[in-house]
Design a protein around this ligand. Structure first.
Ligand SMILES: [Zn+2]
Length: 327
């Protein structure tokens, strides 16, 4: 597996991309919730695909279903993914599909093209971000900005057509779904809370091993921390991320201790930003208690995300000074 650095690389437009069939892992989490997972275990995939950081981290989406209706929470990274998932749920008898995009990153919207005649729901910010970056998505350059020279681009850029700000409540028969805009990871990011079984679909708010703090969020770490505390206050008993361990997801999910681990990690980033070893200290040293509790497990490719996180902090706060945050 190639080590990926989260930095802009030149796009390779000459490469012949060998086709692939996803080795999709499927877990029925409840009688109305399914996880579709790919990645981490990618040695058998073509080389061009192995240099994608999300395939290395592991990436998944969720389908909420009742009768012949379903809502797909994020449409994955490659068209092969969504075609595989769509076939699976059609075989289950699903005839009517709606979509939620948790945020505008490519691994959450690439499959929108398949549902352009359906409801596609997101925050208005997410729609704006997809719209304003449409050309980067189409050409695949969006991924060259994050270290993958081979991303083929999305089949067709399809924008969300039902948007909201703040909160929105949906119902799929008896299943209530509260969409909550959250200031973590990317502008416009949302999480979904299903009160029926106290389930939180956390998207990229919580990642195992560490969160991906983008430029926008790193600039506003105190706001991000406050938002994490709001997420931690949601009375969820099961937390499901889009980038985590499949075995945890398939066996009851994470708990809110996962969100607490994201808070503790961000506090470590703030506390240690002036230390001389900040950029070189190993990732383990920033998450020791959560590793010891088993809440997080070190997955090697996450070192690239941690390197991104500390370097962004160094650039942004080097001259600005350490932000004051409440404990
Ligand atoms: Zn993601």
């Amino acid at each position: 597996m190639n080590t990926v650095e989260i930095t802009h690389v030149a796009q390779d437009k000459t490469i012949e991309r060998a086709p692939f069939t996803p080795n999709m892992r499927v877990a029925n989490l409840t009688d109305y919730l399914i996880c579709f997972y790919d990645g981490r275990d990618i040695a058998s995939y073509p080389d061009w695909l192995q240099s994608n950081i999300d395939m290395q981290l592991g990436v998944c989406c969720y389908v909420i279903h009742r009768g012949d209706k379903a809502i797909i929470f994020d449409t994955m990274l490659y068209k092969e993914h969504i075609l595989w998932i769509d076939r699976f749920i059609r075989d289950m008898g699903i005839r009517h599909v709606s979509v939620i995009n948790s945020h505008w990153d490519c691994d959450h919207i690439a499959g929108n093209f398949l549902y352009k005649n359906s409801d596609i729901i997101s925050t208005s910010t997410t729609r704006l971000k997809i719209e304003s970056n449409a050309e980067l998505f189409r050409t695949g350059e969006i991924w060259a900005l994050a270290g993958d020279p081979y991303y083929p681009g999305v089949e067709e850029v399809v924008l969300p057509n039902r948007t909201f700000d703040g909160r929105m409540t949906l119902h799929l028969d008896d299943i209530e779904i509260e969409l909550i805009e959250t200031f973590v990871h990317q502008f416009g990011h949302l999480v979904a809370y299903l009160p029926k079984d106290k389930i939180l679909l956390a998207a990229d708010a919580c990642e195992d091993t560490v969160p991906f703090n983008t430029m926008a969020m790193t600039s506003e770490l105190p706001l991000q921390l406050r938002t994490y505390r709001q997420i931690a206050a949601i009375p969820a008993e099961r937390v499901y991320p889009c980038h985590g361990r499949f075995d945890v997801i398939a066996n009851g999910g994470y708990t809110q201790d996962f969100t607490e681990a994201m808070i503790a990690y961000n506090l470590q980033l703030i506390d240690r930003m002036d230390s001389g070893d900040f950029l070189t200290d190993p990732l383990e040293s920033f998450i020791e208690p959560a590793l010891a509790r088993g809440t997080l497990a070190l997955h090697e490719p996450y070192r690239a995300l941690h390197a991104n996180n500390v370097n962004l902090i160094h650039r942004i706060y080097g001259s600005r000074g350490k932000p004051i945050v409440s404990r």
